[in-house]
Design a protein around this ligand. Structure first.
Ligand SMILES: Cc1cc2nc3c(=O)[nH]c(=O)nc-3n(C[C@H](O)[C@H](O)[C@H](O)COP(=O)(O)OP(=O)(O)OC[C@H]3O[C@@H](n4cnc5c(N)ncnc54)[C@H](O)[C@@H]3O)c2cc1C
Length: 407
């Protein structure tokens, strides 16, 4: 006997999106009877991620347009020598949503929909012998928590990094700044500004999202094997904001920091007969960029659609295999230093129409468009890397500071 039809573990980007799609009236929910849904999130504390901003691209009129913090119709990438390429990816726009606004809006819709919400630190999600799944953990008072459902969707991050041929980290710290004078063009988002000192392995760049002429989110980002200390991020940010951007006097009003694994690991599409990973845990992070939010939306839409049709929610992976293969090549080529990351991304942005590049990153291009994009990359090192990939085993990533005994 199940307590609910669907239990979702984790009320982040993916968990909230899936809960809303399953319970909201409209096409996502299907014509049939809507399932009963329970959403379980960790109690306030270390398991809950801090507030963050999510950026993604889509045409105007998207489902979250009413809660966007900002959006931009021009994107810029700047080479190490200061040469900038600005592109209009029309009809797409680059959009920013704050996690707090997303949670507030989705939370309000869920409370009207009858979705059950629980707080518990979940330590086990598993199949039940007689069918369905069980979620177990401890609630905020330390008492046992247990819920049974026909289907379980789990967005908890994996306990250990998955075996991969390459794992880099996209790690960053950002300041929300307010400058004394107008310093920003609030029509342009700076996706990658490579005028930052480049690390020995991987790459680094500045990222600037203006929220007004005197306000912006200014970030320092690296794609590299290990994170920095807070002091090192602060030094890098200060150098970028003061010496590279020349912001003049400014105040830091808030900060944002994060780590997103960029990996060619294989993410399982199901972890039991009735248990399915979703969100970053389900492989929604695009390996070569770290963007996750839009893929989590597509994936949860597909899951809700399958359930509404009465099907097993074993839907296609969030990113097509061709995209994952191309990203695996790029990750390894950057990690081995065979391609210069700054030159690679600036060249790609200069030579490929922005709307095609963004569609490619969403897995929405045809194979021949992918070939055209591939031809705009340094073909020889990329081909060499592609040929060696099948010979490389996927292994558990080595924590920073440790060496593999066999190297
Ligand atoms: C600072 C930051 C900025 C980012 N910016 C972008 C961006 O601009 N664009 C983009 O596409 N991606 C971005 N990402 C990547 C990605 O979109 C986010 O990490 C996104 O939140 C992933 O959604 P999710 O639902 O998979 O995981 P989360 O949103 O992290 O949700 C996981 C949920 O699981 C819960 N949980 C964890 N452990 C337990 C447990 N044991 N029991 C119960 N609940 C548990 C947590 O409380 C949380 O609510 C960013 C990531 C970070 C860290």
């Amino acid at each position: 006997m199940h307590d609910v039809d669907v239990v979702i573990v984790g009320a982040g980007a993916a968990g909230l999106s899936l809960a809303r799609r399953l319970t909201a009236p409209g096409p996502d929910a299907g014509a049939g009877q809507r399932p009963s849904v329970a959403l379980v999130d960790a109690p306030a504390g270390p398991l809950r991620p801090p507030p963050r901003t999510w950026c993604f691209w889509e045409e105007p009129g998207g489902e979250y347009d009413d809660v966007l913090a900002a959006s931009w119709d021009r994107l810029r990438v700047t080479a190490p020598d200061g040469t900038a390429v600005t592109a209009r990816p029309a009809p797409l726009r680059y959009k920013m949503i704050r996690s707090a606004h997303f949670e507030e809006r989705t939370g309000a819709l869920l409370s009207r929909s009858g979705c059950l919400r629980y707080e518990a630190a979940v330590d086990r999600v598993r199949d039940l012998p007689g069918g369905g799944a069980e979620v177990r953990g401890r609630d905020g008072t330390g008492a046992d928590f247990r819920l049974r459902a026909r289907w379980a969707f789990d967005s908890r991050p994996p306990r250990r990094p998955l075996p991969a041929r390459t794992t880099l980290l996209q790690h960053f710290r950002g300041w929300f700044v307010r400058t004394d004078r107008p310093r920003f063009d609030d029509g342009v988002a700076d996706l990658m500004d490579f005028r930052t000192p480049q690390p020995g392995r991987g790459l680094s760049f500045g990222y600037v999202l203006p929220l007004g002429p005197q306000e912006a989110l200014v970030e320092y980002t690296e794609f590299s094997p290990s994170v920095l200390t807070t002091a090192a991020y602060e030094r890098a940010l200060r150098h970028y904001a003061e010496d590279v951007l020349g912001l003049g006097p400014f105040r830091v009003t808030a900060t944002e920091q994060g780590v997103i694994p960029m990996t060619d690991a294989r993410f399982p599409r199901r972890s039991g007969r009735s248990v399915f990973p979703i969100g970053a845990a389900g492989g929604a992070t695009r390996p070569a960029t770290g963007y996750t939010f839009a893929a989590a939306q597509r994936h949860t839409r597909a899951v809700a659609d399958a359930l509404a049709r009465g099907r097993t929610p074993l839907v296609p992976a969030p990113h097509p295999s061709r995209s994952r293969l191309m990203d695996a090549v790029l990750l390894r080529a950057v990690d081995t230093g065979r391609v210069d990351g700054a030159a690679f991304f600036t060249g790609l942005f200069r030579d490929v129409p922005a709307h095609r590049l963004l569609r490619f990153l969403d897995g929405g291009t045809h194979w021949w468009e992918d070939v055209l994009i591939g031809l705009r990359t340094p073909v020889r090192p990329m081909l060499r890397t592609a040929l060696e990939l099948p010979l490389l085993p996927r292994r558990a990533p080595v924590p920073p500071g440790h060496r593999r005994p066999d190297r």
